[in-house]
Design a protein. Structure first.
Length: 232
């Protein structure tokens, strides 16, 4: 599946990072997880605007994805902060990591062309720009659907592979975090893993809206944010 790429500059050989395999894995993870363009995501029910080179961060979720301890994650983050590779902004609900100098090292060839020839860029047909936007949206939806499916498999302990209905809900305007909130809501059922034989059920149009409303009602009643990826 094509989900884009990041650049690795050869000057990294001079940093000594490659000799620290744990640090290198964490740094690579940050680069891959960082967004490549400005957009908003939902964290729980809060809209968060990310700039290129930023990612939502949680120690627990990072440790799970990288098969490391939370202590190792914390040590790696402190090292990258000390070397000025990243900065981090923490709120009472989540943290945002910013890759320092992201525009310098991750600038695309397309962006270079735009900066070197502004006049030519301004004359590009509107249809080209629309096609680029469409492709970006399709890539984001596919990436988001895969993230939701992985989250569902983690919750159920199963290995579902079909993305169709999840993609459909994202196309309808649902967010990745809303999909996760629905999964979390259904996971409150003690028999969730045993009964959960058909992963498409929560994402059918009528079911999804109902489950999401139920999840929001629980959120409003308890006044407690959902534990999504442990974003603290």
């Amino acid at each position: 599946m094509d989900r884009g790429y990041v650049k690795l500059w050869r000057k990294i050989l001079d940093s000594g990072m490659l000799q620290n395999h744990v640090l290198w894995a964490f740094w690579s993870w940050c680069l891959i997880k960082a967004t490549h363009r400005e957009h908003k995501i939902m964290v729980g029910f809060q809209a968060v605007k990310l700039q290129p080179g930023q990612l939502i961060f949680g120690r627990k979720s990072a440790a799970e994805e990288l098969k490391m301890s939370e202590r190792q994650i914390r040590t790696c983050l402190e090292k990258l902060k000390k070397t000025q590779n990243v900065t981090i902004k923490t709120t009472n609900k989540f943290s945002i990591i910013t890759i320092v100098n992201w525009p310098t090292y991750q600038q695309t060839e397309k962006q270079n062309d735009q900066q070197n020839d502004q006049h030519a860029t301004s004359k590009r047909p509107a249809s080209d720009h629309k096609q680029e936007c469409k492709e970006c949206k399709e890539e984001d939806i596919l990436s988001g659907a895969q993230e939701v499916l992985e989250y569902l498999n983690q919750k159920t302990g199963k290995k579902f592979q079909k993305l169709g209905l999840i993609e459909a809900r994202l196309n309808d305007g649902a967010t990745v975090e809303q999909c996760k909130a629905v999964i979390d809501h259904k996971a409150r059922d003690p028999g969730f893993k045993k009964k959960y034989l058909d992963h498409t059920t929560p994402f059918r149009p009528g079911n999804f809206d109902r489950y999401l409303n139920d999840a929001m009602a629980v959120e409003s009643k308890t006044n407690k944010p959902f534990d999504i990826n442990d974003l603290v």
